[in-house]
Every structure is written in structure tokens, then in C-alpha cells.
Write a protein that binds this ligand. Sequence first.
Ligand SMILES: *Cc1c(COP(=O)(O)O)cnc(C)c1O
Length: 402
Amino acid sequence: MRKQTRAIRTQTDQSQYREHSTPLFLTSSFTFETAEQGKALFDETEEGNIYSRFSNPNVTEFVDKVCMLEGAEEGIATATGMAAVFASMAGLLKSGDHIVACRALFGSAHQIITQILSKWGITHTYVDATASEAEWEAAIQPNTGTPAARMVYLETPSNPGLELVDLAMLVRLKEKYGFILNVDNCFATPILQTPIELGADLSVHSATKFMDGQGRVLGGIVVGRADLIQPIRFFARHTGPSLSPFNAWILSKSLETLDLRMERHCANAFKLAQALEQHPDVATVKYPFLPSHPQYELAKQQMAAGGAIVTLELEGGFERVKAFYDALQIPTLSSNLGDSRTIVTNPFTTTHSKLKPDEKAALGITEGLIRVSVGLEAIDDLIDDFTQAAEVSAEVVKEKIM
Ligand SMILES: *Cc1c(COP(=O)(O)O)cnc(C)c1O
């Protein structure tokens, strides 16, 4: 059966009550029918649930679906996306290891690498998303005394720059040097891009975003090669970043519609990007599937569609941003993304405000940058609203200058 069908039909075994929808297993522990069974479950000669920090039917259903969508052998779900990112590193790296990461990372991933792993003697090198194969190779296998990379970690497309990393190129380097290739696939979702099927070892997600898709719950997951998931599972089982059954139940239900939602998200985002790119009051528009994107060819090659995130650049700095926000009628102002409701964010003053000026400049985060997480509203309403807000805010700023 095709993935779309399996995302809908994969389900926890029916109970004696013959329910159609998977019930919520809101239980912290599970019972043993006999003393022998308790022993067998603990020494792993029998497979089954013991305690919800280790596993739970709702969580397992969610993990099974994501593994299926990603083409992964095994997975482990966590309470948040950051717990998944951290477990994927802490479960596999040890003191003295080196991690090579793409510079364009989610803010907390940057903090884990620079402030937390560094306390345990795990060092790092950053590389630009658009660096050449030779530049990546020089960071992975340096001749400067820095250790060779044990893990390469990246996001593609990146937040908020929408820069792409060439996954096929990194898979080639991985085959040569044998590092663990760990990809944050949150922006693309397995509907648009499957890093593991392209040759990566691990794919991590903030399930909080498109997997939930309606801004309700936090969650995370890491899926990939069974021999790598094993130590990550050991780490998670004993340190306890477990996903709650309730959140897993929500997320598993949401995966039934992920394919359908991504199709509309991407169609809306593409149409909005096209409309605004032609508008004289919008300086620039960036979207992976617009031919004007510097990595358009790569986007077409490694993604099935351009995703739901569009960035706009407005002239006039923060004054313009304020006027634009005041004029917008439909979108919500929030730092989240991946919701059925369109959200606008000004990364310069919110999600990326802690970065130093040169770091912001290197990532293309200007004062007038607006990240749009395009939702599922009627596209003509979104185009009308963004267009009028671009026009009104341009007028407001012009009047202030005069
Ligand atoms: C939101 C996000 C995260 C963190 O996920 P949480 O669920 O908020 O912990 C990690 N990576 C990317 C790309 C994200 O957008």
C-alpha cells in the first residue's frame, strides 16, 4: 500500500470494545499477568509495554507512522522537537567527538551545540548552507588538528533563510568518511523530502509544527537506522524526555491528514510567493520553488514541493514592519509555524533577536524580513490581505519620512 493509505490505516490493535478510532491510553504503567511475564518484559525476551516513560501504545502508533513515512527502520518520540534534537546528539556523541553543523540552525540547536555539548568536550565547526562540496569536506576531515566529524547536523530548508543543503552531496561525503548524517526535516516534512531514503542516517522533527499542524501540542521524534536509534532509545528511556500519550494521540491523528494539508500549504505558499514577487511594494520574496531562488534547481531535485514557508523583505526597517502588521487582517503574529492559520514573524526582533549583528547579517536576517508560515485559508483572501498590507504600510512609512 502507498504511504498515504498507510498513514491513515496504521492503527493500534483494536480492544475488546471494537472501537473504530484508536483510544487514548492515558496510563503510566502496564500490568504483568504473571511474575514470569514481568521478568520476560524486563529482560526483553517478550516485547510489550511496561511503563509509559519507555513506551505506550499511542506513542508507538505515532512512531510507526513516522518511520513508515520517512522510510526509517526505527524511531523514538520525545516531548518536544528540541528533546529529539538533543537525544539524537547526546545518545550518540561522547567527549572528544566533533560535530560539523550547518550555520543556519534553529536557535536552540545552536545553543545545544555551542553551550551544552561543549561542556562535555564535544567540539563543533559551522559551515554555510550553500558551501561547496570542498568546503564541507574541509570541515568534515580537516588537516588542522581538529578531529574528523563524527556527526553532520543540518536543516534543509533552513529557518528563516530558506537556504538548502544538498543532501546527495553530503551522502557522497558520508560514504567516504563514515560520519552520522543527521537531518532536521521539520520544514519539509516526510511528505516533501525523505532524507533517509536519500541516504541520511537520522531524521529529526519538531512534531509541534506541520505534524500537529494546528498549533495544539508539542512533540518531537527521531527516526533512522536501528543501530543508531538503539543508543538514543537507551538515553531517552533513562533520562525521560518521553512524549505524553495524549500528545501522541493528537499527533497520530494529525498524520492522517498530513499529505492533504501539505498539498494545500504548498499550493497556497507558491501562489502567495508568486503574487508578492510581482508586487512593487515588496522588495524581495524568497521561496524554494520560485525560479528566482538561488538554489531552485536543487529544490526541484530534492523536494516534492516548495513547502509552506515564504519570506518577504520589506523596505523601511522596523517602522515598515509595524505598519505592515497593523494593516494585516488575517495572519496571526506568533513565533510558531506549521499551523492551519497563517502566521507572520519578524525574526530580527523575535526568534533570532539574540544573535549578534554579524550573525544576523550572515544569515540574511534583516530588520524588514518577514517569515510567513502560509496556512490553509482561501488563497485569494491571503493574496488580497498581504497585497493591501504591503501597499498601506508603504504609504504609512512614506508619510512618516515626508
Ligand atoms: C520548532 C523547531 C524546532 C524545535 O522544536 P520544539 O518542538 O519547539 O522543541 C527544531 N527545529 C526546527 C527546524 C523547528 O522549526
